[in-house]
Design a protein around this ligand. Structure first.
Ligand SMILES: *Cc1c(COP(=O)(O)O)cnc(C)c1O
Length: 369
């Protein structure tokens, strides 16, 4: 029996019912556990290696991604774990030129200093560049913050033919938006800080892989370097995943309405949302993705106009990050990102669509003057 997304979200990683036990067991607060004085380690020995709350969360994420998963303390902890566990001096890694900024910053400092060559490939590159000699390709689709997409199946086939491993950053889409492993990727990495958990209160990351050897390598890396999430964060994340389907549905609905509204305004340029039929990402996104996330990007022309827009809006919080239940917007250039000064990454929350549209319209009108 295969269930649909709402059912899968609610039941992901939930243990077999036991009389007198909760549906989702609460967080286990332990670093060491009792050992058998004679035989030593049993099921649980030390929480950096084994943790029941984390393991239930990993079961949930694994069910949604379709392969075993390892949870990390943040998305960056997961991505850097993958890069450092796989890459060695003399290797070449290909990263998205327009993907998450901190990954590029890490590659261009730490990885380069370790003797790893870094090549940057635009997410929408056509045709794909020659991938000969590349050890690992990281794709990010839709790319944050520009929202270009890449055909994972086609790219993975080209990369595999060249002998490269393929990892996909699935942060923006979430596993209910697309399943990169089913599209041929070897690994998924993601930040669970964004839409996966969606309440803007947890930092989380994960790596998922179909190949047990690759995942074992990442697990050893995690065990030895220690970037595990805490018990309470794991529990909060797991509790939040129950509503993933509902949250994504409203976010996506809000984004569709907002993108439509924005494209009709002469004071807003460069509107991007992969679900808009006129968007350059639309053909690939609609073929590859199961749903389009609630992130819309656009340009208001200047930092000053963005500031006026945010000051006038009552339902749009100025905040970085995205994918939460509260609508938020981020002027990326303020973080030193290589985006235009008026570029905004807008993250639709789960407010009522009419309220959100009215608020954005009023705030844009106010920002004009
Ligand atoms: C936020 C983000 C990350 C980093 O995740 P953290 O949880 O903030 O460490 C990585 N990739 C993408 C696409 C992101 O949006």
């Amino acid at each position: 029996m295969s269930y649909s997304d709402g059912t899968r979200s609610v039941h992901a990683g939930i243990p077999v019912p036991e009389v007198g036990e909760p549906f989702l067991p609460g967080p286990v607060f332990a670093a060491p556990y009792h050992l058998d004085p004679a035989t030593g380690p049993g099921k649980n020995g030390y929480a950096r290696t084994e943790h029941p709350t984390r393991e239930l969360l990993e079961a949930a994420i694994g069910e949604l991604e379709g392969a075993p998963a390892l949870a990390f303390a943040s998305g960056q902890a997961a991505i850097t774990a993958l890069l450092l566990a796989v890459l060695r001096t003399g290797d070449t890694v290909a990263l998205p030129a327009d993907g998450y900024f901190t990954v590029r910053a890490f590659a261009e400092t730490t990885l380069r200093e370790l003797g790893v060559r870094v090549v940057l490939i635009p997410t929408a590159a056509q045709p794909y560049p020659d991938l000969t000699g590349i050890r690992l390709v990281l794709l990010e689709t839709p790319a944050n913050p520009g929202l270009d997409v890449v055909d994972v199946r086609a790219f993975a086939a080209a990369a595999h033919a060249a002998g490269a491993l393929v990892a996909v950053d699935n942060t923006t889409a979430t596993p209910l938006g697309q399943n990169p492993l089913a599209l041929g990727a070897d690994l998924v990495v993601a930040s669970g800080t964004k839409a996966l958990t969606g309440h803007s209160d947890v930092l989380l990351g994960y790596v998922a892989a179909t190949g047990p050897e690759l995942l074992a390598k990442v697990e050893t890396w995690r065990k030895q370097t220690g970037a595990v999430p805490g018990a309470f964060d794991c529990w909060l994340a797991h509790r939040s995943i129950a509503t993933l389907d509902l949250r994504l549905a409203r976010q996506s609905q809000n984004a569709a309405a907002l993108a439509e509204l924005l494209t009709g305004r002469s004071d807003v340029t460069g509107v991007r949302w992969p679900g808009l039929p006129s968007d350059p990402s639309y053909p690939v996104a609609s073929a590859q993705m199961r749903r389009i996330p609630g992130v819309v990007s656009f340009d208001l022309g200047s930092a000053e106009r963005v500031a006026r827009f945010l000051a006038a809006a009552r339902l749009v919080f100025a905040a970085t990050s995205f994918g939460g239940v509260h609508t938020s917007a981020d002027r990326r250039a303020q973080w030193g990102d290589d985006t235009a000064p008026g570029f905004v990454r807008f993250s639709c929350g789960i407010e009522d669509t009419d309220d959100l549209l009215a608020d954005v319209t009023a705030a844009l009108d106010a920002a004009l003057s």
